[in-house]
Design a protein. Structure first.
Length: 493
């Protein structure tokens, strides 16, 4: 695509160096990825400023550069386009360069503090059951059909997103389901994404290191709903799926013009679960919807999973899928890795690995485990470094209040001292009973070595993650794998 054509979408003109009209062969925000013909967009990040790498991008063959200021470097006569916000420009340019690919998809965005990953996978399974060709973007990976690709962020940068959507178009995907993080909404990574259905799971404390207040966090989440559009297009209608049991839904309802479908357990809603029965083997309830009512049993455990199932069912109803297909798909659901994942090596007690890393998610999964526990409930839990410090004493208080054997440990300490993080947790539970074991592997081994028949061991915080970030290094670390080794050692004894 010619540079002048791209600039018609951006409403910007080159203002530095001589202009010529090169063919743009790619859009990049990492100077190391720039090749001959690339358009390099300077993004100012938390630790690195792309403007400092404009010279390198030019040397690597950049055909043009987008920046927020004139560049005080020799950029080899490459035209520089000055914009007010390069992050927003990146979204606009990426959408245009890849041919506005989301207009050819039914795009479903799911946001909330907890449950995004599980709900996206449930929706994916329902739509596949209905014969749809699906793509998925989320915390664990990008999936197009049956092929998966690694991902760095829950919601990738806009250029990666639009490139992915274009690949979905090429692979004849008709429905894309994605997790939408508050960071991506706040930073504008999803500008240009033409969402058809926006789904809200819940709002509890998280990411206050970035958003500072719960009001700002809520406002960031609300952008998914306010950006659904204000027109009532019958050919491609917009839908908002809201959790009737979460008070933030009232705010989201105000900011969207989309048609609304609600789900819930406590409050009256369009899609509801009634007569819920939970056991260690699964959950049964009466699924009540505008399309029909049916008693269903899912292999997932816990009240929080009932909410995820309801969100997925409501999303499918909003998309117009047949009720029988929805109910059948729900009963065939399998768990998602790292979400209430049972680790079984023939030990005499359940061991659960879960991604719970917020106060609300930890309390939910602990209460579910408590219902399964005949003896003692062990929990291995930590808090990440360089993240919201106000969560730490709250996480510790929840662990001590619900578990019989709380064990505090490390969880991706990053640049912080692991012992300092533990001290922050301990301040919330002074004078109570707990263990502190900074080494996460040792903490897991300790819990499993001391558990007996009738007990339950919960390993919380990392879930599907297969790494541990300590300082500037990343080490291989998989909670389920470590737990498996601990169980094998226990069985030998």
């Amino acid at each position: 695509m010619k540079l002048t054509k791209l600039l018609t979408y951006l409403m910007a003109e080159p203002v530095q160096n001589d202009f010529h009209d090169p063919d743009i062969t790619s859009i990049e925000m990492d100077s190391r990825e720039v090749r001959k013909g690339s358009l390099f967009v300077c993004i100012k990040g938390y630790t690195v400023d792309g403007h400092d790498f404009a010279q390198k991008a030019a040397e690597n063959g950049a055909a043009a550069i987008v920046a927020e200021k004139e560049l005080d470097v020799d950029v080899l006569d490459v035209p520089v386009i000055i914009v007010r916000r390069s992050q927003r420009a990146l979204s606009v340019l990426s959408d245009a360069f890849y041919g506005q690919p989301t207009k050819q998809l039914q795009l479903i965005g799911i946001t909330g503090t907890n449950g995004k990953t599980s709900t996206t996978h449930m929706v994916d399974e329902i739509f596949k059951k209905a014969g749809r060709q699906t793509g998925l973007i989320g915390t664990m990976y990008i999936k197009i059909g049956d092929e998966t690709f690694p991902v760095k962020n829950t919601t990738p940068e806009s250029v990666t997103l639009q490139k992915t959507f274009k690949k979905m178009n090429d692979e004849h995907v008709d429905t894309a389901i994605m997790e939408v993080s508050s960071h991506a909404l706040s930073l504008g990574r999803v500008h240009g994404c033409d969402y058809d259905i926006a789904v809200f799971t819940n709002l509890t404390q998280d990411h206050l290191d970035y958003h500072k207040t719960m009001e700002d966090y809520r406002q960031a989440k609300s952008l998914l709903f306010s950006q659904l559009g204000g027109s009532f297009n019958h050919e491609k209608p917009k839908r908002a799926v809201l959790n009737a049991d979460d008070k933030a839904s009232a705010y989201f309802e105000k900011v969207t013009a989309a048609h609304i479908l609600t789900y819930g357990i406590e409050n009256d809603a369009d899609v509801m679960a009634k007569q819920i029965e939970i056991s260690a083997q699964g959950t049964s309830f009466e699924l009540v919807t505008p399309k029909g009512t049916k008693q269903i049993t899912v292999s997932l455990v816990g009240r929080f999973n009932v909410y995820n199932v309801l969100a997925a069912a409501a999303t499918a109803i909003a998309a117009g899928l047949p009720f029988d297909t929805i109910a059948s798909a729900l009963e065939e659901l399998q768990g998602v890795r790292g979400r209430f994942e049972l680790v079984n090596h023939n030990q005499p007690f359940p061991v659960v690995v879960d991604y719970a890393h917020t106060p609300d998610s930890l309390e939910n999964v602990l209460n579910t485990c408590k219902d399964m526990t005949e003896g003692k409930l062990f929990v291995v839990v930590g808090c990440g470094g360089d993240r919201d410090k106000t969560k730490r004493p709250k996480m510790a208080e929840i662990a001590v209040r619900i578990a019989d054997e709380p064990i505090f440990t490390s969880d991706n300490p990053r640049s912080e001292d692991p012992l300092a993080i533990l001290r922050d947790m301990e301040r919330g539970v002074e004078g109570t009973y707990y263990h502190s074991i900074a080494n996460r592997e040792q903490a897991i081994f300790f819990a499993i070595a001391n558990a007996k028949k009738g007990d339950v061991v919960l390993i919380a915080g990392k879930g599907h993650e297969t790494y541990q970030q300590i300082g500037n290094e990343t080490f291989d670390f998989d909670d389920a794998e470590v737990a498996g080794r601990a169980i094998v050692e226990l069985n030998k004894k």
